[in-house]
Design a protein around this ligand. Structure first.
Ligand code: FMN
Ligand code: SF4
Length: 655
């Protein structure tokens, strides 16, 4: 099965058991002193154990004074980090996998506060539009010192028994900044012509080769297209044509493989994509580079299906199939593929909760988390499923993500979950979240959870809301209430219960079908915006009203940008600072919260997306009838997929 994906590979002198690469992924799991933590060892070890051929670490810090990305990142700027790195290498080697450490400097994309409050070092004083930090152009001496820092880091990796080094020259970090005419405005030997812009990277490579020898596997990660036009930046950045030249030169310099990505912070949505990007959308990038060089090419392109990965290798578009998020969401992807258990793969749904939590890691104190794999980043804490359920029955009310995840974990623990589901489908709210355009990936989660409960033979009673007697008949050891939430309908607003008013749920469930209508969507959370997208895609004229100052309050910016990119071309109009006051048939009144004045609009239909409240029905009754009653997911506290999956997982794990 998947002959190409599971064929042996070679990167310089490094032989790999297959063509699967876990590409670098910041996880905020290192010790605060920069040493590799036990959590790191469990985290990377899980991916190696899961069958990945080459595990890459997160980007590691080469400059301890002015080169940090976050407070819990692996460091390589001193010999004191060698023992931890060695322990990591030993762990990965247990599983016949290889380990490569990526080395980097954030440059203008770093945060001054965690770098001695100093301006961030960069080729030129070009501030990053995303992090907005003071930026200082490096002196020649600083550049030379920085080259040494990269080289010395590689030397330490070799000493630690790490199988290879990857120089991070992608995603808009320091080396990328030198390569790109967008961020490199220098007029000395490090700026201007491509030859000059490459000099910093060339010196690093030559230095590593000199100090580590020609046999030490050396990989370079490149953003071969910066996609500046994608965000309306007119300035010239790197494009594939120029990157082909860079790739060829790197091959001449003796680089062993190229790891092809794209984008910089300003164009982050092409580097780690939100859900609307399809598998394979950027495979042409590694393919173009591969045509130009004779060294192996690692490619990322929202690769989620082993079939697809295998095909891309077979067709010669890539040599190694890379993904960070797929292996974060399911560390056993490789083994499941190899064993023909493809339907059991928990495919990454591109929700970007991982990146959102990573970016907040320093302020939250949390590590990078996954919406759908609760063990992700918590392998150290949650790797021991006690199989002590002894067949005891646990009744679960609701087959949404929290109920299904709980059932999955309970079954692993040898309990006997019995699920009551009021509808005829699995998935709960996921059956609404999958309806807007570009949200098909949600079906992957439903399919995965379904595969797990089916595999474990979990009994599901569809179309059933259990009575206390139904539950008592099971004599359950515990009852899990995962019955979800209900839409908020503020009854105090006149006209809110009118015939032309419905909820986002009514629209997405298909209960109310609207075409060629003029519609006001009230509320611009993700559900409101996605419902607007759904309605606009069905030939409606849609306006979104939001009481807060901004559209999409509280949404993660990458996801907001993504949905905006889709609804704006459909003509969806946006009204922040507008509070719904009254609905009188087709006349809808809003208060402009900025001016305090009333504004009058005419709409055929009003769709409410004002949030949800936990469904509390029967909870007290159930609690008084049984000893162990737990409330999960939205029924406990309304939240996103992560909240549902986490409460399901933890309640079952800790029972
Ligand atoms: C949370 C997170 C952290 C990442 N950290 C790094 C990193 O340290 N270095 C790097 O080169 N790429 C990093 N990436 C990019 C990934 O390696 C990968 O290229 C990207 O996620 C797209 O591929 P995927 O969707 O298959 O994971 C990160 C991505 C995410 C989501
Ligand atoms: S958090 Fe979302 S995007 Fe990140 S790995 Fe998990 S499913 Fe994928």
């Amino acid at each position: 099965m998947f002959e190409y994906l599971f064929s042996k590979g070679k990167i310089g002198t490094m032989e790999t058991k297959n063509r699967i690469v876990f590409t670098p992924m910041g996880n905020a799991l290192a010790n605060t002193d920069g040493t590799v933590s036990q959590k790191d060892i469990y985290f990377y070890g899980a991916r190696a154990k899961g069958g990945v051929g080459v595990v890459f670490t997160e980007c590691a810090i080469v400059d301890g004074e002015r080169g940090k990305g976050n407070g819990k990142q692996i460091c390589v700027y001193d010999d004191k980090f060698i023992p931890g790195l060695k322990a990591l290498a030993d762990e990965i080697h247990k599983y016949d996998s290889k380990i490569v450490v990526q080395i980097y400097h954030p440059g203008r994309q770093g945060i001054s506060l965690i770098n001695g409050n100093l301006p961030m070092l960069a080729p030129s004083e070009v501030e990053c539009n995303v992090v907005h930090q003071p930026t200082e152009a490096m002196t020649i001496k600083q550049i030379e010192d920085m080259v040494d820092k990269f080289v010395n880091a590689a030397v330490r990796l070799k000493k630690a028994g790490i199988d290879g080094v990857e120089v991070h020259a992608a995603h808009g970090y320091l080396v990328n900044q030198f390569l790109s005419p967008y961020t490199n405005k220098r007029t000395d030997k490090y700026g201007g012509s491509l030859e000059n812009r490459m000099r910093f990277l060339e010196e690093i490579i030559i230095g590593i080769r000199e100090k580590c020898g020609k046999d030490y596997p050396l990989i370079v990660r490149l953003s071969v297209d910066e996609f500046l036009g994608y965000v309306g930046l007119s300035e010239e950045g790197l494009h594939v044509e120029e990157s082909v030249k860079i790739a060829k030169r790197l091959e001449e310099l003796g680089v062993d493989a190229l790891d092809i990505s794209c984008g910089i912070y300003e164009t982050m949505n092409v580097s780690w994509e939100p859900s609307s990007f399809e598998q394979g959308w950027k495979i042409y990038l590694p393919e173009t580079i591969k045509k130009a060089v004779n060294i192996p090419v690692i490619g990322v392109a929202v690769i989620r299906d082993p079939e697809y990965a295998d095909k891309m290798i077979r067709e010669g578009k890539i040599d190694f199939a890379g993904s960070a998020r797929q292996h974060f969401a399911d560390p056993d992807w490789s083994n499941k593929a190899k064993e023909g258990r493809v339907n059991e793969i928990r495919k990454c749904i591109s929700c970007l909760h991982c990146m959102e939590t990573l970016m907040k890691a320093d302020s939250s104190g949390m590590s990078c988390q996954c919406s759908i794999n609760i063990q992700g980043g918590n392998e150290y804490e949650y790797s021991n499923f006690k199989e002590d359920g002894e067949g005891k029955v646990v009744a679960i009310i609701g087959a949404g993500p929290s109920g299904l995840e709980a059932a999955r974990v309970l079954a692993i623990r040898k309990y006997k979950p019995v699920i009551f589901e009021k509808s005829d489908k699995l998935g709960g709210q996921l059956q609404l979240a999958n309806k807007p355009p570009k949200k098909e990936k949600i079906n992957w989660l439903i399919d995965y959870l379904k595969s797990q409960v089916e595999k474990e033979g979990v009994e599901i009673r569809y179309n059933t809301v259990p009575t206390i007697e139904d539950l008592k008949e099971l004599n359950p050891y515990a009852v899990f209430i995962a019955q979800g939430s209900n839409p908020i309908i503020p009854k105090s607003i006149p006209g809110i219960e009118g015939e032309n008013v419905s909820t986002a749920e009514d629209i997405l469930s298909g209960k109310v079908k609207l075409n060629n209508k003029k519609i006001a969507v009230v509320g611009s959370g993700m559900t409101g915006l996605e419902t607007a997208h759904y309605l606009a895609a069905n030939s409606n004229d849609v306006s979104v009203f939001e009481m807060a100052d901004e559209i999409g309050p509280g949404l993660y910016f990458q996801n907001l940008i993504d949905v905006m990119n889709h609804i704006k071309p459909l003509g969806v109009k946006l009204y922040p600072k507008h509070k719904l006051v009254k609905i009188e048939g087709k006349n809808v009144v809003f208060e402009n919260t900025e001016t305090g004045t009333s504004e009058y609009y005419e709409f055929d239909y009003v769709v409410l997306s004002l949030g949800r409240v936990p469904s509390k029905e029967s909870i007290d009754e159930i609690k008084s009838a049984f000893d162990r009653v737990f409330v999960l997911g939205d029924a406990r506290e309304v939240g996103r997929i992560r909240n549902a999956m986490e409460t399901g997982f933890l309640t079952a794990y800790n029972l």
